[in-house]
Design a protein around this ligand. Structure first.
Ligand SMILES: Nc1nc2c(ncn2[C@@H]2O[C@H](COP(=O)(O)OP(=O)(O)OP(=O)(O)O)[C@@H](O)[C@H]2O)c(=O)[nH]1
Ligand SMILES: [Mg+2]
Length: 288
């Protein structure tokens, strides 16, 4: 496998496109889908804690800076229990409502949501319900991207060329069909038209550049309104834990936090109930 430093991949172009404000992507998905592993694959180090087995690992939203122009927000996985889902969705929705926070820039902190789907699982119900009830309530379909991880485990791991760390022709075809079926199922279950997802393997570093291409090519530089005359300030600071710094509360951060606290809709037990009710929906989604 060729070693690529993904932090520098297309960085000049990113600088052009996302210099100010930088592009912020929030990852969501079922627990164990590989959100944290995706961040580690992009960073080339074990920055985000990865889980073992079926137990959920990530507990809090955390920011990971890939470079000066691109950051990812890792979030706790969904689908473990209705109570936990309610908790996690509350946090996720509060992030989707956060203002950009950079002086002179209106608009939201989060530019895009990347939905990470586990390519080896059949359960799509949790995600489908959350998209309908929350994500598509907050964001345009254009701002919700989908990616199928664990490409190596699709078709029960058959047809994965371990030596080359890539799928053979048969698995490639299968993954292409899978990606297209995700698009179709989203259309059927939410009525939204999405871009055909990319497939990759975080664990094996397969198609990571395609994942970056997908994000960069589907994000435009005009995504937040800019007020050119007031963009000289660099006094921005936020209170989100990140790989660059320890969480630090500033007056601006605290004020923004307080505003969000009162602005987010009540997503208490209703979320859990909705998610629970939808579980099993599209359960034959991943049938081969
Ligand atoms: N085979 C394979 N395993 C993977 C891949 N990506 C992640 N995993 C494994 O899947 C498990 C869960 O990965 P995580 O990255 O912790 O998943 P997550 O989505 O962050 O999970 P939560 O934090 O619980 O929401 C770990 O055992 C990973 O090693 C992949 O591409 N292929
Ligand atoms: Mg995680």
């Amino acid at each position: 496998m060729t070693e690529i430093n993904f932090k520098e991949y297309r960085v000049d172009e990113m600088k052009e496109k996302f210099q100010f404000p930088p592009l912020n992507i929030l990852l969501i998905g079922a627990t164990g889908a590989g959100k944290s592993s995706t961040i580690n694959a992009l960073l080339g180090e074990e920055a985000a804690k990865v889980g073992f087995g079926a137990d959920p690992e990530t507990k809090e939203v955390r920011k990971y800076k890939i470079n000066d122009y691109l950051s990812f927000y890792d979030t706790p996985g969904l689908g473990d229990s209705p109570q936990d889902d309610a908790e996690h969705m509350k946090k996720i929705v509060s992030y989707l409502n956060r203002p950009c926070g950079k002086k002179g820039v209106s608009g939201k902190l989060i530019d895009k949501v990347l939905v990470v789907i586990d390519g080896s699982t059949r359960d799509f119900g949790t995600i489908s319900a959350l998209l309908n009830n929350y994500i598509f309530q907050e964001l345009d379909a254009d701002d919700v991207l989908f990616a199928v991880n664990q490409a190596d485990m699709a078709m029960k791991g058959r047809h994965w060329d371990g030596r080359a760390a890539e799928p053979d022709a048969k698995l490639t075809e299968f993954l292409e069909e899978k990606a297209d079926s995700v698009r179709q199922r989203i259309k059927e279950s939410t009525g939204k038209t999405i871009n055909t997802p990319v497939f990759y393997s975080a664990a094996h570093g397969f198609n990571i550049t395609q994942l970056i291409d997908f994000i960069v090519d589907n994000s435009n530089s005009q995504r937040k309104e800019r007020e050119a005359e007031t963009t000289t300030s660099s006094s921005y600071s936020d209170d989100i834990p990140s790989n660059g710094k320890v969480a630090g509360h500033t007056a601006a951060g605290a004020a923004a936090g307080a505003a969000i606290g009162s602005a987010i809709p009540v997503v208490g037990t209703a979320v859990g109930a909705a998610v629970g009710g939808f579980l099993g929906f599209l359960s034959s989604f991943w049938d081969d």
